[in-house]
Design a protein around this ligand. Structure first.
Ligand code: NAI
Ligand code: MG
Length: 356
């Protein structure tokens, strides 16, 4: 019997629906063409329109709803007329933390058709970024008091736990070990941040003892930005906190060539909960509705999803098709091309036909 998967589709806002629809088209085409697995996408309407109607970004039973699926694919959240902290906490952060999707994995690679802007990396970039996805400044601790007074106070408390750091550190060492160079850089800021960041360093040193085959070093986050630009070839896998890696992963995507091709996986490595796959970019109001959003980041996220649920072979085939299409010059305007989103979808589907 061919395996069958149920996937939650949460397109969200802005270009989210455009890129998620594009990804569903190519994955359905792939499943139909290969005939080795079945996949069904169930639409979930969470996002800003849902919020305006119900007062909530997700349904009250959101976590139980998601737990019924094998995985989820997500587009983006954020609208011009809703403050970003409301939309982000209402949707994405309402899922990542409670479902303990604690490993956010962001492969960054110079893609056929994209150009790495660094003259220090003429052969392009190939990095794996691992972001702690459940604590730090995103734990939700902090508050505001003395509202409206001169001494109004606001705190954002960074939470770091031994459990949280150790599990992401092990995940990162495993990830580094699985890659040819077996090289890991642990990013902190343990000079000025003398508590949480020092705990990160201590746990890195302890966990490293279990991975003698992985070469590792540590960097302060500010120095890391310099290294990413000046010595990109000295880097392979990077691990860091929720906030630091949020910033470094945008930098990494830009250095590799474009945010339009950058994918991410929100993983529960224990596999108790379904993992969520999404492009790194946001809802891109400036191009919403124009039909020109680059779907490649979402294709790649969908391929990562296929790999995670057990269809590694199909995932590899999908990526080969996407890379062939990009290499042939069928590109959206963000990469200097003249194709629209559907043009890229059609070209990838035609490429999938060829692998029959
Ligand atoms: P953004 O990623 O939406 O856009 C930044 C720039 O990149 C824009 O010029 C946009 O046109 C371009 N871009 C992004 N994705 C593209 C694609 N697939 N193809 C072609 N060009 C693309 O970031 P921005 O403008 O800071 O945020 C817009 C909204 O998205 C905000 O509400 C923000 O909060 C939200 N956001 C949501 C995220 C998520 O849901 N994961 C992540 C980042 C931002
Ligand atoms: Mg970000």
């Amino acid at each position: 019997m061919t395996p069958s998967y149920n996937i939650a589709s949460i397109p969200g806002d802005g270009i989210g629906p455009e890129v998620v629809s594009a990804a569903i088209q190519v994955v359905e085409k792939l499943a139909k063409t290969l005939g080795t697995f079945q996949i069904e996408f169930t639409h979930i309407p969470w996002g800003t329109a849902y919020y305006k109607e119900t007062g909530r970004y997700v349904s009250e039973d959101a976590l139980d709803t998601l737990r019924k699926f094998d995985a989820g694919i997500f587009g983006a959240v954020g609208a011009p007329d809703v403050p970003d902290h409301i939309s982000l906490w209402g949707l994405l952060l309402a899922i990542r933390g409670p479902l303990q999707l604690y490993a956010n994995v962001r492969p960054v690679r110079t893609f056929p058709g994209t150009k790495c802007p660094l003259n220090t990396a003429t052969e392009g970039i190939d990095w794996m970024l691992v972001r702690e996805n459940s604590e730090g400044e995103y734990a939700g601790q902090g508050g505001r008091s003395h509202i409206g007074q001169k001494w109004e106070a606001a705190t954002e408390v960074a939470i770091f736990t031994r459990v949280g750091i150790e599990r992401i550190m092990r995940f990162a060492f495993e990830t580094a070990r699985s890659r040819p160079r077996k090289l890991l850089t642990v990013v902190t800021k343990s000079n000025s941040m003398r508590n949480g960041m020092v705990l990160w360093d201590e746990i890195a040193t302890a966990v490293a003892k279990d991975y003698p085959d992985v070469t590792w070093d540590k960097m302060l986050v500010d120095a890391m930005t310099v290294r990413m630009v000046a010595k990109p070839q000295s880097i392979d896998t990077i691990v860091g906190t929720n906030l630091h890696m949020d910033i470094l992963s945008d930098l990494a995507a830009a250095l590799a060539g474009s945010i339009g091709v950058a994918p991410s996986s929100n993983l529960d490595p224990t596999r108790k909960n379904p993992s969520l796959f999404e492009p790194v970019h946001g809802s891109a109001f400036d191009i919403t509705g124009k039909g020109i959003a680059n779907p490649v980041a979402t294709f790649w996220s969908a391929a990562e999803m296929l790999k995670w649920i057990g269809e590694k072979d199909a995932a590899g085939k999908l990526m080969t098709c996407v890379e062939n299409v990009c290499a042939s010059g069928v590109l959206t305007p963000d990469l200097g091309g003249t194709s629209n989103t559907q043009g890229v979808v059609d070209a990838v589907c035609a490429e999938i036909e060829q692998i029959k």
